[in-house]
Write a protein that binds this ligand. Sequence first.
Ligand code: NCD
Length: 312
Amino acid sequence: MSFAHRHLLGIEHLSPSDITAILDLAETYVDLNRQSTKHADVLSGMTQINMFFENSTRTQASFELAGKRLGADVMNMAMQASSIKKGETLIDTAMTLNAMHPDLLVVRHPHSGAVDLLAQKVNCAVLNAGDGKHEHPTQALLDALTIRRAKGRLHRLNIAICGDVAHSRVARSNLILLGKMENRIRLVGPPTLVPSQFADFGAEIYDDMHEGLKDVDVVMMLRLQKERMDGGFIPSEREYYHRYGLDEAKLSLAKADAIVMHPGPMNRGVEIDGQLADDINRSVIQEQVEMGVAVRMAAMELLARNHRGQHD
Ligand code: NCD
């Protein structure tokens, strides 16, 4: 299994065989994580630092558990309360941490490109846990693993990515990954939230949910990213739910065995009906969370192998 990368900054840099390598290794961790003893020691002796410059619950918890289960020493930096407040730049903070010899840095940052920049300055492996509206590679990988397990394959599927595409790094990373694996992708949402230039990714664009969901295998909903909006994107949340919120009636246009996905956190009653989100016969939202830990374990193991190689 070859994976010749120093960092995981975006899906953009991965080949289809890199993606398959991560997913295949992640499968072994899905099994391990279902045992009562969940330890593997592939990161034993290594130090992992999580730097989250944006609030996060599930992604940070998932990276922390992934590192601990692999035996790393894991430290969470509370970046909101850190020296950044005192005017230190991102790069100064990174250089300071770099001097403490971490092996893995997991970084989330509100600015697109900030994680790439940081990766150029440090010696360790950097994992992008979401940068602005740019990429969120481990989310796309966990979504891919969830789809592959539910559908038995990760190619030639019809996949609808719906809602606030414009502000979503999840949508961007998924578009790139699912495109590389040769799926047919539709982007569904109002023109204010699905700009026409997204067609450049090879996706078909729909502003009508009924048409967009027709015969799809996968319905991936996105959170309405209110914090990244400065007004005027939707008429009202009520109207948005009426036209673009996923409910039983709209889902009935998709294939009978279509799965429902959402990266979380969800706005119930805005982009998705709460009961549908909890319907274990349709929704794989909990599996996505489960796959997240396994995929992060796999990605960290592959990067750590390359990193150890440099020290030997
Ligand atoms: C996503 C994110 O932060 O980009 N959430 C996540 O990683 N769990 C999606 C979102 O915030 O809507």
